[in-house]
Design a protein. Structure first.
Length: 232
């Protein structure tokens, strides 16, 4: 069979690895652009990789290269490190790998892990929740080491009565997050880049309330390797 190779693509999907089997799980959202003038989707502006993968046939061979970068990695040298994972949409995929590695699959790091893995996921509504059955299972089996909080923008309200976005949900626990970060926790962000301005603005406000200069605090976390951002 011919092997198809993607030369250039736009990142609109994420991958998680199953270490028990030689396979990857794709979490893909088809990227399209709605043209208000045409009142239809513009095929010239569709996502390259997401549409290629969504249109691929069962059994079709695709050549992948990687891994690329070291942003979304677990600090395996510290089994006591808390992991605070913030995601929107398909950004959940790498955290699925984290959580499976920690609590589902038999891995050396998972066997000795004593920290807290805390997942924040922002989606429109309950119907858009990804892998919720897996998270609920882990909550039952590891209640002391796993937490999950959802921000459902079309179903929940924030403290001001507006839509509940991911930054609003994270803000509810800002004091605890700051305390955990100061004790060596790692904070990860994956998903739409549009969430980052709201996240950083919220953390800056919390820092000011604590009498802390946000720029200095962020620099400290980055220098310590505690701040991980992979957005698109």
């Amino acid at each position: 069979k011919a092997v198809a190779r993607i030369l250039v693509g736009l990142l609109t999907f994420s991958l998680s690895l199953n270490t028990r089997r030689a396979c990857l799980h794709r979490c893909v959202r088809r990227a399209t652009f709605w043209c208000p003038e045409l009142q239809a989707e513009d095929p010239a502006k569709k996502g390259v990789c997401s549409n290629y993968l969504c249109d691929a046939s069962v059994g079709e061979q695709v050549k992948l290269t990687g891994p690329s970068g070291k942003v979304m990695l677990i600090p395996e040298k510290d089994p006591n490190a808390d992991l605070i994972m913030v995601a929107t949409g398909t950004g959940i995929a790498p955290y699925r790998s984290f959580i499976r590695r920690l609590f589902v699959e038999k891995t050396p790091y998972g066997e000795v892990y004593k920290g807290l893995a805390w997942l924040f996921l922002g989606v429109a509504n309950k119907d858009a929740l990804l892998y919720d059955d897996e998270w609920q299972s882990v909550l039952k089996s590891h209640p002391d080491n796993f937490r999950v909080d959802y921000a459902l923008s079309r179903e929940q309200k924030n403290k001001d009565g507006g839509k509940m976005y991911i930054q609003d949900k994270v803000a509810e626990y800002s004091d605890e997050i700051f305390d955990r970060m100061d004790k060596g926790a790692h904070m990860y962000f994956c998903g739409l880049k549009g969430m980052m301005p709201g996240i950083t603005q919220m953390l800056e406000s919390v820092s000011a309330a604590k009498g802390i200069k946000w720029e200095d605090k962020l620099k400290q976390w980055k220098e310590n390797g505690q701040w991980h951002v992979e957005v698109y």
